[in-house]
Design a protein around this ligand. Structure first.
Ligand SMILES: *Cc1c(COP(=O)(O)O)cnc(C)c1O
Length: 368
């Protein structure tokens, strides 16, 4: 079946035909072949992350990315005596605050405007004001806008205070170079359907073994108990606690092979940057304006202001969709906007084609 349009969204995203084809076989979960694939995926994730397998482990967890974030928050943070600080500059930081509220975890939200990156100086100040903070959570690529937050500058502040660090790198892992050994974070979370370019179905957590080993009994949820998931996967190599998304795991294994074939994260990052730069420059030539300053813009997704107050996003969206491109509504709460992603099996020529279609739209809809 021919794919009717290219997804220019930040996950699910466009995958290759070979990734989709890897899902054509029905595997059972207890079979040795399948368990070996799970183990290989776990090891490859550590390689992609530049994480030493002696100090780090990777745990796969059924569900979307948010399940991975919730499992990490609900397992890493003890039931008593902990205080979580969260850096928030968009909807995904806000979601961590919501998770903390559900779990009745005491938390301090350090909020920034949605069009600003998290400011390490403000974080340093907040930490100084709250020496009782034990855990800290932040977003790397804030997909709400496309901002890349300076996690490398914040990590040393946390290390100096022995604060457990939790990074949501959902939309950047595999697409933006990250070196976990250097970063020295405790937990980093991503999922199958983002920059590794697999299909939706599971989250994965790269965790420092020493940190995770201390979390037995912390979880308030059976299914989202990251510690138990890790124990099962380790004691019975490659075994997931409950039914795993077998087809998705095969697609993911293929996607990892294709990441290597592309030249690894560095090469993929270059392609995403090229996509994003062409998009940004081309859209500005067509008269659209950016929400995020180029200095803090990441290569994953770009937010644009509505060109006029009367702009009909739905009409624009449908026009693009019938011509082969699906874009994304905006998520900035203060300004009407829309977003276009640059990740997935998307090439710079695809962006050029998109720009031609958008120019065509403007021709046909002078009033918009
Ligand atoms: C995609 C994403 C998530 C997870 O969203 P799900 O809909 O649960 O997959 C979390 N954080 C960020 C930054 C994301 O981009």
């Amino acid at each position: 079946m021919k794919q009717p349009y290219l997804l220019l969204t930040p996950g699910p995203l466009s995958t290759t035909a070979t990734v989709k084809a890897a899902m054509q076989i029905d595997y059972c979960t207890w079979d040795q072949d399948y368990r070996e694939i799970t183990e290989k995926v776990r090891a490859q994730l550590l390689t992609v992350a530049h994480a030493n397998p002696e100090t780090y482990t990777s745990v796969l967890l059924q569900g979307s990315g948010s399940y991975g974030v919730e499992a990490t928050i609900g397992t890493a943070i003890p039931r008593q005596g902990a205080l979580l600080m969260i850096a928030i500059n968009g909807a995904y930081g806000q979601r961590i605050s919501e998770i903390a509220a559900y779990y009745q975890i005491p938390h301090i939200d350090v909020c920034f405007d949605e069009d600003q990156a998290v400011d390490p100086n403000k974080i340093a100040q907040a930490l100084a004001e709250h020496p009782e903070v034990t855990h800290f959570a932040m977003i790397h690529s804030e997909t709400t806008t496309g901002i890349l937050n300076p996690i490398e500058e914040i990590m040393p502040l946390l290390k100096a205070r022995h604060i457990v660090s939790i990074i949501d790198a959902m939309s950047s892992f595999g697409g933006v170079p990250l070196n976990i050994d250097e970063l020295d974070c405790d937990y980093l979370i991503s999922s199958s359907n983002k920059c590794i370019q697999g299909v939706p179905g599971f989250a994965f957590i790269i965790a420092k073994q020493q940190a995770l080993a201390k979390t037995a009994g912390n979880a308030r949820s059976l299914c989202l108990d990251l510690y138990e998931q890790w124990q099962t996967m380790t004691k019975f190599p490659g075994k997931w606690r409950f039914t795993s998304p077998t087809h998705v795991v095969h697609a993911f294994a293929q996607a990892l092979t294709e990441l290597t074939a592309e030249g690894g994260v560095t090469k993929r990052y270059q392609r995403y940057c090229e996509n994003q730069q062409r998009l940004s420059a081309g859209m500005q030539r067509l008269g659209f304006t950016l929400i995020i300053q180029p200095a803090i813009q990441g290569p994953i997704i770009t937010s644009f202001n509505y060109p006029t107050p009367a702009f009909d996003f739905h009409h624009f969206y449908q026009f693009l969709k019938t011509r082969g491109f699906v874009i994304y509504p905006g998520k900035v709460t203060t300004t009407p906007s829309f977003r276009i992603g640059s990740i997935g099996d998307v090439q710079p020529q695809d962006i050029d084609r998109l720009l031609t279609v958008i120019a065509d739209y403007q021709q046909h809809n002078q009033s918009h």
